[in-house]
Design a protein around this ligand. Structure first.
Ligand SMILES: [Zn+2]
Length: 74
């Protein structure tokens, strides 16, 4: 699937990426998007994914493709 991306050497779906950012399972996730941000830890590309950790909440998650860095905006 075109929506999948390689993160830290592993192919991930939008939902899997959201779960990496959230640290637990999520209800739903939108397609993964590129950002113009660079990782503050290693300088690699940062990708983003919008997801719903619960029915009432929508979060945008950011994840470095090469290291453990991630961030979430509620
Ligand atoms: Zn990084």
């Amino acid at each position: 699937m075109a929506d999948n991306r390689v993160v830290q050497g592993r192919m991930v779906t939008p939902k899997k990426l959201a779960e990496l950012v959230e640290g637990e399972s999520v209800m739903d996730a939108e397609p993964i998007e590129d950002t113009d941000r660079d990782c503050p830890d290693c300088g690699s590309d940062v990708i983003s994914v919008g997801y719903m950790p619960s029915v009432t909440e929508f979060v945008t998650g950011y994840k470095c493709q090469d290291c453990d860095w991630s961030e979430r905006d509620a």
